[in-house]
Design a protein around this ligand. Structure first.
Ligand code: ADP
Ligand code: MG
Length: 555
């Protein structure tokens, strides 16, 4: 499509706004333009945190010489024409705002050559105006250099952080686009030093190795899911690989890098109950769907999308990630070192590749275990087909009881016991409030509680699971758990967690071999034998490879 200025009826519908906030925003817009131009190679260079210079070169289709100046007019774009197009955008850009916004706050040089032309075009712009223009030679593609960003705008320059902070924002942006487009070869130079280089061979795992390192790349699980509406593809970390914040989520919709609380929640939901509180996965996923299924014209920086079918998207993403976690990965392929390419692999070409043993991933299910004994009256030691297993008896029992009570709850058949001797409890004003707020819920779990004034309550029945011991302590723990508003755990899970925790075998309790075997048998049958309901591990596994390595039997 040729570049032209959009008609006013279209521009008035565009969610315009300030797009250039910091050097990384310039990098983002220029990379998007290169991608829209169909580039297969993009080189990004930045100096002085990008405030001094940002230069993006590509081998895309280029801008025809006669249209080069037009590209810097507000609302000039080659990507959409009319209102209809706004509803089905397939390019990264569509507003014709980026180049004029950049040229307004920096000095810009452009060197571009379109496929159809013999010679390239050079433009130099200051204060948004072309001050020099000439023919120059270049191979097909475009280079845009942006220097002295915000120099004429001291107030905005003041808002920039240190060079290293701005550089790290730039790195983040380039990393994200490299992850979104494994088929494009990216290079990033910061102050002349190579910071990132990808192969552009289409292998996402390969890009992950460049961004997060080889070990992470090897451990990541494949994510593949499909539905009539969408396709989800990517990689996600196993439970053994976690981070302490959410910044390791890379979410793309039709390869557009987006901030999406909906997708983030779907992913967290898939890991729910499997990770400790405050632990987050590393996930890279792209959602593909028809352009008509989303609205990308909702945010000035184009970093948000609105899905027309949020529910479906949420559940397919959650299910797909869960599926990835349940799948036992097949033998990993070995990384092959070569001089200029750090490593590469291909599942299709198995020739001269052997399985690697480095940290094999734990399947979620437990293998059959042979009990060796108990240590510190707290941990069970067992042998499995691949090494040694250490099991926390309390955590394991908690998992068993939790699954049991949740299963009963799902059937609305919680087993109840009437107490021969009703137990009286006196509650603090706060606990009384929590009890009253949850009274109906608790009845569904088998608690029959009667008030007899003065914050005194009579407990007539409790879930069978609790046995007859320490009912008062169980109630205390329960009200405490229900009162915890920090996590977003649904109330019934809180009740089940609390009951399981209270009733489970404690650390320090001696168990007979028969009791241990029964405990392991029941643990094996749970859905998530490797974590307790709070997300802490129930099992530590030291595999044969690790043992051999630690004893120096293997290099
Ligand atoms: P938009 O991307 O929304 O169209 P921009 O201001 O970012 O608006 O770019 C304006 C136009 O300049 C684009 O529509 C495109 O035609 C052209 N252009 C910009 N960068 C490049 C590039 N790297 N290669 C080819 N064409 C480009
Ligand atoms: Mg653009």
């Amino acid at each position: 499509m040729p570049i032209k200025v959009l008609a006013p009826e279209v521009t008035s519908r565009i969610a315009a706004g300030e797009v250039i906030e910091r050097p990384a925003s310039v990098v983002k817009e220029l990379i998007e333009n290169s991608l829209d131009a169909g580039a297969s190679q993009i080189i990004v260079e930045a100096q002085g945190g990008g405030a001094e210079l940002i230069k993006v070169s590509d081998n895309g289709e280029g801008i025809p010489a006669a249209k080069a100046e037009l590209a810097f007019y507000r609302y000039s774009t080659s990507k959409i024409t009319n209102l209809d197009d706004l509803g089905k955008i397939s390019s990264m850009g569509f507003r014709g705002e980026a180049l004029p916004s950049i040229a307004a706050v920096a000095e810009v040089e452009v060197l571009t050559k379109a496929i159809s032309e013999n010679i390239g075009r050079f433009l130099y712009l200051k204060h948004g105006k072309v001050v020099r223009q000439e023919s120059r030679s270049r191979s097909q593609g475009t280079t845009i250099s942006v220097s002295h960003l915000f120099q004429q705008f001291p107030a905005r320059r003041k808002f920039l952080k240190s060079e290293s902070t701005e550089s790290s924002h730039i790195t983040h942006v380039v990393n994200q686009y490299a992850l979104a487009f494994p088929g494009v070869k990216f290079a990033l130079f910061l102050d002349h030093r190579l910071n990132l280089q990808t192969e552009g061979d289409g292998d996402l795992r390969q890009v992950v190795s460049k961004v997060y390192g080889l070990e992470v790349a090897q451990e990541m699980l494949d994510v593949i899911g499909r539905d009539a509406l969408l396709e989800v593809i990517g990689l996600t970390s196993p439970l053994s690989l976690v981070r302490s914040n959410r910044s390791y989520l890379s979410l793309f919709v039709n390869r557009r890098w987006v901030y999406s609380p909906l997708l983030a929640r779907a992913i967290e939901q898939a890991y729910h109950g499997l990770l400790m509180v405050g632990r987050y996965p590393i996930t890279v996923i792209n959602i593909s769907l028809l352009a008509q299924e989303i609205d990308v014209n909702v945010h000035p920086a184009k970093t948000q999308v609105k899905f027309h079918h949020e529910q479906i998207i949420f559940s397919v993403v959650e299910k797909t990630i869960k599926g990835a976690l349940d799948r036992t990965p097949i033998a990993k392929l070995k990384a092959v070192a070569s001089p200029d390419i750090a490593w590469q692999w291909s599942n299709l070409e198995v020739k001269d590749r052997e399985p690697v043993f480095a940290a094999p991933l734990l399947p979620l299910k437990l293998p059959v275990l042979r009990v060796l004994g108990q240590i510190a009256n707290t941990y069970i030691i067992a042998e499995g087909p691949d090494g040694l297993y250490i099991i926390d008896q309390h955590a394991a029992h908690e998992r068993i009881l939790y699954d049991k009570i949740m299963a009963q709850w799902a059937q609305r058949e919680v087993e109840v016991q009437g107490l021969l001797q009703p137990v009286t409890v006196e509650l603090s004003p706060k606990d009384e409030e929590i009890l009253r707020a949850n009274m109906e819920n608790l009845t569904q779990f088998g608690f029959v509680v009667e008030s007899f004034g003065n914050r005194n309550y009579l407990i007539r029945s409790v879930p069978l699971l609790l046995g007859e011991t320490k009912i008062t302590a169980a109630i205390d723990l329960l009200l405490d758990t229900l009162n915890n508003k920090e996590d977003s755990v649904p109330w019934e899970e809180k009740v089940a967690q609390s009951l399981a925790c209270h009733s489970a075998i404690k650390a320090g309790q001696q168990l007979s071999n028969d009791e241990i075997r029964e405990l392991l048998r029941q643990l094996e049958q749970t859905q998530q034998p490797r974590t307790c309901p709070h997300g802490r591990p129930t099992v530590i596994h030291i595999n044969s490879y690790q043992l051999e390595k630690d004893f120096g039997r293997r290099g």
